[in-house]
Design a binder for this molecule. Sequence first.
Ligand code: 5GP
Ligand code: MN
Length: 369
Amino acid sequence: MYSHSNSIVLDGIIMTLYERRDLERFAHLLATSKSVVITCHLSPDGDALGSSLGLRWILTAMNRSARVYVVTPDEPTRNLAFLPGFKNILPYTRSVEYVDKLLDSADLLICLDFNELSRTDRLAVALRQTKACKLHIDHHLYPEDFADLLFSAPRKSSTCLVLYELIRDAGLKRFVSKNAANCLLCGMMTDTGNFSYNVSDPAIYSAIGDLVSLGADKERLNRLLFDTFSESNLRIQGYALANKMELFHDMHAALIVLSRDELNAFGYQKGDTEGLVNRPLAVPGILYSCYLREETDYIKVSMRSLGDLPVNELCTDFFGGGGHLNAAGGEYRGSMDDCIKQFKDILAPTKQKYIDGNRLLSDILNQKL
Ligand code: 5GP
Ligand code: MN
């Protein structure tokens, strides 16, 4: 269905992932489709929404007669409401029948920022059923084989970067408006922790340069994405760090647990603990961090790590999830006590398997001392 093997050179950049004819097909689909649904993963983050809304801006500029809808599996969080086009998003949970109808009549479905259809929760059934041509663009490992055209780049730090490079290399850069540039830069910023991890690939800097030239306002995005917190968000983070952070120094691990009662007491709203799981990594000696949040019928697991400690493997093996090397998550079905025990049980084996004798991790430990 697609080729990983061919290398082509475009604009002096060696592309190893796609063939020229894939790019041509991509451009053709965008230019000629009449009714397009763009979708992304559940609880959409800056990369999921940034790529979805960014592509909608690009597509409508290219193809003025197309009807283009951005559908999210659930309600997106308000902290991304500043993204241009946010108010036109159709959350599936709010309009099931309408979205089912759109998918019935769509001729192009574009899936962004997830590897498996199951990451779209209840929307997955309708996505599988639609007769629309399926275009899949993502940067997670192990893409499910469901699309007619797949662009999968697991080495890239964000879907927004993958998408921008596709648009550029397909010769479509002129359709990237200021609004599109802001959306795409948003995803590149959020998936790299404001360009602090997964940023060794120099290609990201030329993409940033291009997007800023096209009108993206990096200072504004910086303030809105990383320096804006609701009162409840700030207070929960303070409480969690002061009272709920447990450090296992010998095991180089950290754990934060928040129960429903605690979250409710702070008036928790979705997104309020975004970024919390990263904080313990600031402590010298800590190499990975786990945050457990009690939801009504499961426990949301979030993990982050430094170096090459693969939290995606831990999430896959023990918490029914997956993700990236340094940022992963899962859903644990069971009691909070059992979930905490599960985490504590993997501390020693994780140290033995991934940390002991690991040169990169011992360098990180030494540098921080
Ligand atoms: P977060 O901790 O921000 O919720 O998620 C970090 C990353 O972990 C996401 O970008 C996603 O790749 C992955 N992830 C989070 N939750 C799940 C899950 O339940 N299942 C899978 N497969 N991946 C997840
Ligand atoms: Mn992403």
